[in-house]
Structures are given as C-alpha cells and as structure tokens.
Write a new protein. Structure first.
Length: 148
C-alpha cells in the first residue's frame, strides 16, 4: 500500500526518492553526477587524509557510521504520514539536507576505500532495476520485482 497525497498514489520508495529529487532540484545543487561523484569523493578523502583518519575508516566502521547517520535522517520522519513527511521536508530542509549529506559523505568515502566506482555500480544497479521493474509491469505498483 502506497502513501497518498491528494489523489496521487505514491509508493514508499517513490515517495522517498521524489523527496530527494525535489531537495536537489529546488536547492539548485544538481550537477553532472559522474563528475560530481569523483570531485566530491576527492574532497572527502582529502578532508579525511588531512586529519589522518583513514586508519579508523575500515569497511565495518564505515558501514556502521552510514547506518547511524541514516538513522538520524530517519528520525525526521518517525510517526509522520506522507503529507506530514513532505511538509517536514519543506520546514526542515537544511537539517534533513545535512543528514543526507552525512550519509552521502560516508558512502562516497567507503566506496573509494573499497575500490568501488560508485557511479558505475549505480548505473549498473539502475540497469538491473530497469529489467526487474519494467514499466509495463511496475508502473503504478509498489510491489517488489518478484511479486509483479
């Protein structure tokens, strides 16, 4: 069952990603994704290296930190229905953006530490999701690919 805003049915995943897209578009922060991933990752690693923190950033610690920061992001939406969540994004955009940045910074660094080309694996995952969630089967549905 998806969330409802006005008369439009929105699945939980689509609601979440629509909110992310709205944040980036409305704040004019969207640039070429592949260029910005590489540039941001280099800035993140330079920040880490200047402080000699790489020694503490093993894969397990990075995964734990990502989960913790994702929990802080989630706190903004606990007990909020879809409409309240959208209102919360409008009223707390800076705080929510800051939590999103924490998650992204850690994720970008973890990918670099693990030798994962984040842009490439994201494109591969999107291609796989195109197969799993074809428009013909998945349009307007919030079912998982194996339930379509």
């Amino acid at each position: 069952m998806g969330f409802k805003r006005s008369r439009v049915q929105i699945s939980p995943a689509r609601f979440f990603f629509a909110g992310i897209a709205e944040f980036f578009v409305s704040s004019n922060k969207m640039r070429s994704m592949s260029d910005s991933i590489k540039e941001l990752t280099a800035e993140i690693c330079a920040f880490r290296d200047a402080r000699d923190w790489a020694q503490f950033h093993n894969p397990k610690e990075m995964a734990v930190a990502i989960a913790a920061e994702a929990g802080e992001l989630l706190q903004h939406f606990v007990w909020q229905d879809a409409v309240q969540s959208l209102d919360r994004v409008s009223t707390r955009r800076a705080e929510i953006g800051s939590e999103m940045a924490d998650v992204a910074i850690l994720l970008f660094e973890m990918a670099a530490n693990c030798g994962v080309d984040l842009g490439a694996v994201m494109r591969a995952k999107l291609a796989r999701n195109e197969e799993r969630y074809s428009v013909a089967k998945a349009k307007g549905s919030n079912k998982k690919y194996n339930e379509l």
